[in-house]
Write a protein of this length. Sequence first.
Length: 135
Amino acid sequence: MAVPQEHQFSGPVNVFQELRLPETATLAGYSALIGAYGLAVPLPRTLFATGEHHRITERDGWRIMTPRHAPHSTLEGHLTFALKYEGLDLAILKRLFLATGTAPIEALVRKSPTGSFRKRTRGFGHLLGRAASGK
């Protein structure tokens, strides 16, 4: 049985893929998933991170959210953040699901079969190559 590979989510950074952040912040959502899983995808127009200040700022293609918005440093935390604040990016999701395999995504759906994650991921079966039924 293969041991699942751990993916390290970054701490505070000033630069992500040669793009300078307007302030030191921690990647969140799709940007964190792209970095942690090394996804070769076009970057979203607006990248998200969480900063230390209690105000949301938008500048230079970045939206820096407040510490209150910071997701857990897990696949589930960043994926939930991305779906909630960034919407669907099918190119990123397809590459992410190819990188993770189906088991982690199916486990997330099974974990909360009636929760918001389940509602947001309904219809992802075609990206996984089969139905993510949660059964």
